[in-house]
Design a protein around this ligand. Sequence first.
Ligand code: SF4
Ligand code: SF4
Length: 351
Amino acid sequence: MNNRNEYTLYSPRYSLSERAKQTSSILRASSVVAYHLLRGSKEKFAASVEITDKCNAGCSFCYVYPSEWDQNERLGGYLQLSPSEHKLKEKNVYETLRRLKSRGVVHVTLVGGETALAPKAIRLASKLFPVVWVVTNGVVKLPRLPNSVTVFVSIDGPPDYHNKSRDPKGFYKNYSYNNLQGMSANIVRNINESERGAYVHITLSKPVIKKFSDTVDWLVKDVRKLRGIIVSGTATKDFEDPCTFSIEDRKDLKKLIESAAEKYGWKLFPFNQPKVNERLFDEKYIISNSSSCSVAQRVESLNYDGSNVGKCVLRDDTLCETCVCNISGLAQAINLVDIRTISGVLRATYG
Ligand code: SF4
Ligand code: SF4
């Protein structure tokens, strides 16, 4: 905390030349984004790419694997390929990344599976694109990464809840770090021991909304290299799903973010500035279908095979009207040239 009681975010050190290099990459990417937005072009300048079909977690809500698959099966990859076939798949990933680069994409978000299991693809992406965001479950150490790469670790709630939700079979139950046990212990250790720290993306399902403040307090207390917190709610396939956010849930989460920002400072929530939260949670801005979603319009979502996975990374069968995905609100706030949001995003692009 600083003397105004605001939480002081971890900020990696860069040499002058590193900062100059990264600034010029960011300016290059920003000018491409601004060009497309100002011209209202239909070009997709960003992409989300699944760089591996393997994962070391067992999330019950996973949209990548069949729900009956356990962590062992997920570790093998969902096509259960032979090692040589997996090598071929790796090649496909590299080709996909190069193809995106040649089409003028400037920002890629790497997803999985678990991205830390595909470090070569991360390194290649960091050479090809000025801005690379890596989404990881944080369970294994990420390799040392170039400055163009920013890491986002996914968290579902407070430590015990997260362990149950992501590691139902207790693969990681014997791990410990400080006062933590299980998968969440590994995650905090990996962030604290990483070179440049990480952003944490909290995605809450309806039953955990009330645990939001506890989750933020935990992260602020235990994660020494915390660079910021991103907040989303889960999206579902139909309104009957008990996890679907109601209008009241949206209002509650918005208020909870506001009170956490009062407590720790708005800088802690770079992608949940007031304009984003208004677009994400207010009833009048609920997105009715993908044709009115900036993410679907601007971001190409591909699997490790280079095939389109649908309107966005959440696949076609996710109902847009249930969506509380941060990026959908973030994209709208950027379109509206909200300076607070843009500066939060620029900060995050210094990987
Ligand atoms: S970490 Fe991601 S890919 Fe892995 S099981 Fe969980 S949701 Fe699925
Ligand atoms: S599910 Fe969400 S992110 Fe995907 S297209 Fe619909 S509103 Fe956009």
